[in-house]
Design a protein around this ligand. Structure first.
Ligand SMILES: Nc1ncnc2c1ncn2[C@@H]1O[C@H](COP(=O)(O)OP(=O)(O)OP(=O)(O)O)[C@@H](O)[C@H]1O
Ligand SMILES: [Mg+2]
Length: 554
């Protein structure tokens, strides 16, 4: 099989990886990988859930040791990371979170503060020494630098002293990005930055990265995002990493073309060559016309023809069955209201669900939808109002944050067994059936749930949901962390599901193809329409009404 791979040897590398191998038990994630990342390029790392993307980033940033091999960052260059886990800084204040981005400086500041706490003569000397270093690092300006960086990224001053835990997910990501940028990195590493973001903030990030001329290495499952920011696609498969010039669409289409050509045994090689040339010509023309991020770097450089193996990606089998069909009464919500710290998320919401409704729950403030689900699942109390589930309904819920489900040190079979109801269900074969559908088979089903990748955790949660056989599904950002194969399978299964669905997603395609009703939660009640998500968003008169309903009057 042939595809266009790039010859990187002539360029100056910022970061290089040599003979990297990583292995867990029998499972080989990386096998003697050597590769380079070059200044000015933006690499989109793609690969199936569990392929090793986050592991690679952790090794590059020194948080994890490889089984063997080395990572080399050019002397004097700095690197910073935006983590996949967006809630890790929840206990810190916003401004402090940003300052933690410059680790050396922050550690000196902490030491000084501590020494001041029990001040003695001998401490005084030590404090003096530390303060000199602090000053050399321009430490006195750190706080105001952090504040102006936050303001540049659209975080209002009123939020600078808020606890991270109380921040809306999309603002949180901006703060974490400010943290990553705070040390002026030469290499910026990001793991799934678009999770937790809304359309507007994703476009904002796309624009930001388009004008950012440092080396960027970003893991993402979001095609649109990859297309707008990447100069290169780095595919992790078969324990290797291959870089390809161009964005995601170019990678995808060229590998599809290569696969087609491989199947056409009878076609003459000149014909194939001509077809390839024509493909590149068309693609280059499109690129030249579009005003993509990649203008900062010539997208298609030296193209080489090299071998590639067919992808080993597998589609999981997501099938939601119902234990029984629900009656006519599904859910009745009356005058429901919720707030955080006195800020109204939604107020006086009335909803009556009918059988088979597939509702996109939407709000400009992503915390509103999450609070709505948490209340319906009795994890949180409403400020006022009530709700009632129909007696024939049973619900299963995919929460936005699944961390609390994976804290016990048990294997996947025992993990899923916790959610069984009958003796028969407790049998290992039964449990393995559901794990197998989500591609955990053989020894994989016996790994500890604490080591799972982001997408693997979601896949476990989906095994659990399938096993529960509920007739009402609640899904808060279901596509977060999932690879494209899983998203496709998930999307199809929801379209075919005969029960009721409540769904919140930033994935436009998902919302559009699954939903037949949209409910928007606002501080002045709900807007409720039987229409597709696109119709809802593009309706002019609705838009006026929607904007008005977010204006909070004192
Ligand atoms: N200590 C460990 N023992 C066994 N397996 C492990 C360990 N740590 C990680 N793994 C496995 O290594 C694989 C790679 O994990 P990683 O988090 O790098 O995946 P990923 O490509 O980032 O996936 P995702 O797209 O879901 O985020 C996963 O299958 C994970 O379960
Ligand atoms: Mg990951």
């Amino acid at each position: 099989m042939i595809i266009f791979a790039e010859n990187l040897k002539e360029e100056k590398s910022m970061l290089s990886v040599s003979n990297l191998s990583v292995q867990f038990g029998k499972r080989i994630l990386f096998d003697e990988v050597s590769t380079q990342f070059v200044q000015g390029n933006c690499y989109g790392i793609i690969g199936a859930n569990g392929a090793g993307k986050s592991t690679l980033l952790k090794i590059i940033s020194g948080k994890q040791d490889p089984t063997s091999g080395h990572v080399h960052l050019e002397h004097g260059k700095r690197m910073s990371v935006l983590e996949q886990e967006h809630n890790a800084s929840d206990d810190f204040l916003v401004l402090e979170t940003v300052m933690r981005g410059n680790k050396e400086l922050f550690s000196i500041k902490t030491q000084i503060d501590k020494l001041y706490e029990d001040y003695t003569d001998s401490n005084a000397e030590k404090i003096g020494e530390l303060q000199i270093i602090f000053e050399e690092m321009n430490g006195w300006n750190a706080e105001s630098d952090a504040a102006s960086m936050l303001s540049n990224l659209g975080i209002d001053e009123s939020h600078h002293h808020t606890l991270m835990a109380d921040l809306d997910g999309k603002l949180k990501v901006r703060v974490l990005l400010a943290q990553a940028l705070f040390g002026s990195p030469d290499v910026l590493i990001m793991d799934e930055p678009t999770n937790d973001l809304d359309y507007e903030t994703i476009s904002w990030l796309e624009n930001f990265l388009a004008n950012y001329d440092k080396c960027v290495i970003v893991v993402s499952h979001d095609r649109h995002f990859l297309d707008s920011v990447c100069t290169h696609i780095s595919d992790i498969d078969f324990g290797k990493i291959n870089h390809y010039s161009g964005n995601y669409t170019f990678w995808y289409e060229s590998s599809q073309l290569a696969a087609r050509q491989r199947a056409q045994q009878n076609k003459k090689s000149e014909e194939k060559k001509k077809e390839l040339e024509e493909f590149i010509r068309r693609f280059s023309a499109n690129v030249a016309k579009s005003k993509q991020a990649t203008s900062r770097k010539k997208m298609i450089e030296k193209l080489n023809v090299s071998d590639i193996k067919p992808s080993s990606r597998r589609y999981p089998a997501i099938i939601f069955e119902r234990e029984r069909e629900a009656g006519d009464q599904i859910l009745n919500v009356e005058n429901l209201s919720a707030s955080v710290d006195g800020e109204i998320l939604f107020k006086n919401v009335n909803v009556n669900l009918a059988k088979g409704d597939k509702v996109v729950i939407y709000s400009k403030d992503s915390r509103a939808a999450t609070a709505f689900y948490e209340i319906l699942n009795n994890n949180q109390k409403a400020d006022s109002g009530k709700f009632e589930w129909g007696v024939t309904t049973n619900q299963s819920y995919l929460p936005l944050d699944n961390q609390s489900f994976f804290e016990q040190d048990i294997n996947l079979v025992d993990w899923l067994r916790q959610y069984t109801k009958t003796e028969e269900e407790r049998e290992e074969v039964h449990i393995r059936g559901f794990l197998g559908k989500m591609i955990f088979s053989g020894e994989e089903a016996l790994k500890k749930c604490t080591v799972l990748s982001g997408g693997e955790k979601v896949r476990c949660m989906l095994s659990r949901m399938m096993m529960m056989r509920a007739n009402v599904l609640m899904l808060d950002e279901p596509t977060n962390h999932l690879d494209l194969e899983s998203i496709t399978a998930f999307n199809n299964s929801l379209t075919n599901f005969k029960g009721t669905v409540l769904l919140t997603t930033h994935d436009h395609e998902f919302a559009q193809t699954v939903g037949n009703r949209v409910i928007e939660l606002t501080p002045n009640g709900a807007i409720d329409r039987y229409m597709t998500f696109d119709e809802f968003m593009s309706d002019k008169s609705l838009k006026e009404q929607r904007d008005k309903m977010y204006q909070v009057t004192a």
